[in-house]
Design a protein around this ligand. Sequence first.
Ligand code: FAD
Length: 562
Amino acid sequence: LAVAATGCLGAGLLVVLADAGQDSISPDPGVAVSTSPGSSAKKKVVILGTGWGGMSFLKNLDSTKYDVQVVSPRNYFVFTPLLPSVTSGTVEARSITEPIRRIIRNKDVKFVEAECTKIDGVNKKVLCKDASHLKCKGKEEFELEYDYLVVAVGATSNTFGTKGVEQYCHFLKEIEDAEKIRGRIVDCFETASLPNLTDEDRKRLLHFVIVGGGPTGVEFAAELHDLVHEDLMGLYPYLKDDVSISVLQSGDHILNSFDGRISEYAEQKFSRDGIEVKMGSRVLGVTDEKISFKSKSTGELVEIPYGMIVWSTGIGTRPVIADYMKQIGQTDRRVLATDEWLRVKNADGVYALGDCATVEQRKVAEDISYIFKLADRDGDGYLNVAEFVETMENVKVRYPQIEHYMERQHMKGVLGLLNDAMTKGKDLKLDLDHFSEAICKVDSQMKSGPATAQVAAQQGEYLARSFNHLASDNPDDGPMRIRGSGLHRCKPFCYRHLGQFAPLGGETTAAELPGDWVSIGRSTQWLWYSVYASKQVSWRTRALVMFDWTKRFVFGRDSSRM
Ligand code: FAD
């Protein structure tokens, strides 16, 4: 494409682009801010949340340019990918947490241990409630003003309103959840060892049920299997035949956000390990001793006794976000909708990232397709090589991310045609409908980043860079505006998927790596160890996590119930 680049934009097309009228991205992200450190005119930035999104933003933000306050009920950061390992005691809870005050100690940033209970978008204030255990009577609530609000409060566990779930199930979202699960597993084994129980009681107590066959549910099932077979069986040998683990999955496969080869391998491995996976199971309710579900294929209603249930079926909306969504008319959604600059739609000065937000779909692909359709001057639905190359150059100015789009799988057909036409001197007839379809597929793949730490961290880093840019004297470096003239101040956010891991137990991990690579086995487990060690937020947690892994190899896991 670059070889045949023709350069500048035709004046006619420029006019049409300017009138395209599909833009929801003005006003510009952010407004002028004072750049002098210590100046009282510095804009106030309030960050809600100390998770992946909030911390990545904070770490990359030039805090001398803004007056920054962080609000969170948690005064530490949690490395969530290792939470399942805490449930089994493979790593200790404190090894995967980093105090916020250590993270901000060299920064000009204030931290408040409180929960935001209301966002007042009209008066640009947040209402907060003391989250500490030691409360000052009558002074539990206070307000903070902001110029820019960065909302990164994450999400809750989604129970889909299923009866009994809140009351009887365990969740796996926070450190406390993981520690409760760890205690409950040992509790189940100790209670099952009491002398006056029947076989039926023992089997119930030692039936562990995981609802949800996504990455968290699968990883927890694998950790539990390892804990039981590598450690607890040696300590409770008389309970060997009473333990069972089941995974209830509503879909047809577990790990269905992964490559099909990984799902298939995981299902086979679980079957070999004796972990029963019941596909197409929709949970109807939970009581203190039983869980009932309906099988989609047979329509049969099944009730099974359990000792512990871990509920891991996706994410729900935090009350503060649900309330704010009502205020700004985003009621028909589960998470806040933002534009490509992570600005919350229908709000002023509010940005959202991570699990509580999603970048609104549609725009880029539709705009690009629209621009290509405009280039088809005779309106026959096809473009020739020269028209295509000229249009592509124009699109690049408006959407620099088009370069990433063209590298993706769905665009291979289009590129193949183009190369063929250019090398053989043929006249390309690009079918615009086919092209639109391909680009829409790439768009949804690129932007619908799942609710993962990877997305939240990339968004936090991106937003901090945008804030740093806005506070500097650097020229605008975003794409051309559709409404108004000139460039946007910043580039839009574009998610880059770097692959994902699925630890399957028994020192085996599956990995989906960039470029459609899949790797499964023990060597991938070592890759997992090295990536997760390197991704730790500090040398302290890195050392602690590596020490815990070594300790587990040498002495096994600790089965004390604290
Ligand atoms: P969080 O990290 O959840 O942070 C939210 C923050 O907001 C917290 O500090 C919370 O205390 C704070 N908060 C909550 N309510 C309020 C309020 N009202 N006011 C102020 N602050 C508030 N992703 C991966 O990419 N790879 C993995 O391997 C992986 N494994 C996971 C394993 C488990 C068990 C879990 C639960 C998640 C895993 N994830 C993984 C997903 C990943 O953890 C989330 O996508 C990520 O944490 C989202 O980041 P966030 O900043 O949006 O929210």
